[in-house]
Ligand binder design. Sequence first.
Ligand code: ZN
Length: 423
Amino acid sequence: MQSHWSDAEAARVVKTAGTEAANQELALRVYTSQLIGQEQDLVLHGGGNTSVKVKRRDATGAERYVIHVKGSGWDLATIEAPGLPGMWLEPLLAARETLNMTDERMVTFLRSEMLDQHGPTPSVEALLHAFLPQPYVDHTHSAAALVIANQPQASKLAREIFSDRLCLVPYVMPGFKLSHAADEIFRGGGTSSEGLFLNNHGLFSFGEDAKTSYERILRFTTMCEEYLIAQGATLAPPETGTKIETHPPAVLALGRALREWDIFSDDPVLDLRSSSTITRYLSLPNLENVANRGTATPDHVIRIKPRPVLGAAGFSAADWGEAIKDYVDWYTAYFDRNALHADEPKTMLDPLPRVALLRGCGIVGIGRNSKEAGVAADLAEQTARIVLSAEALGEFAPLGEAELFKMEYWSLEQAKLRKEAEH
Ligand code: ZN
């Protein structure tokens, strides 16, 4: 992965930010956040966030540390300074002593420390960023890292690849608990490291300046890619032009079968993709087994549910009707058995699939509108690449359904979806 850092552009960005050091540092944070966002394979659809710690004066004129963290609703590729709300750092660090906090309370707490109350809500990974001492912190869910992070022996492989450069963090659900877990691992012997490797989740890098942290996250991703090549498990590159505009009969039949359920307020939108990589994925002899194991990183479950529905190029509407009914039965049972163990009552989302795999045809993203269908198709395409590489390396071993359920029915994620629906 190539660095796109340009000294000239960085100098221009700093100049435009004015004379205050804090604003210049924030401007460089915006610059490298955009560079990361433009690398689609690093941060697909909101997967990733960045931060910077600066010094600003409070109302009394005293100088205090402030952390700017990516806010929700902003895309790294197009982020601007208002997309990185600032919070007073000191009170955030004091949360280290708090042993328990619900994620809702954490969000209220983060908002209460914001310099501008009108700003967007900081990422749920804000405390993790705050606890790390370096000024610049970058976090991504890159495909190459996810191939390694979803191996049964993920920690062992990560140690082999990164030696002591990264701290290894076992899977913990993002939010308050993950912030604490990562902080403990970092401070308990990892303080000379340059980043974190999170099982089933992704990578963090940090550094004294914007360029160092940005180039480290690229370097770590490249190290994963090189390892996969050396092991004969090369990750297929991301492809463009995979969208098929004219839908064959089996895809039209899927649309008719979904309409029968009458759950989406409008007709469902289908986004069909095909490529040589997708064909290779759909030809896996153990496709059904591997596709039903789970998503490549936990936040994908919000967009594409824990598993896809499977069909084939010859499927009629009746065939799809049966496959979708089986899917709905499975989804309802999945909801029931996991909601039983939840700390609070949960309401089931619609039980329809968001991805269909058609052997001999392609991958279909399903959504209430073309944006949703496109996101689902993009994530399914990325999953296909990750699974192919992961199976070649060893075994694709994502999180089990209990963890996926926690993420899919996480109150904070539910709130995000509700907000999107209002727009
Ligand atoms: Zn993350």
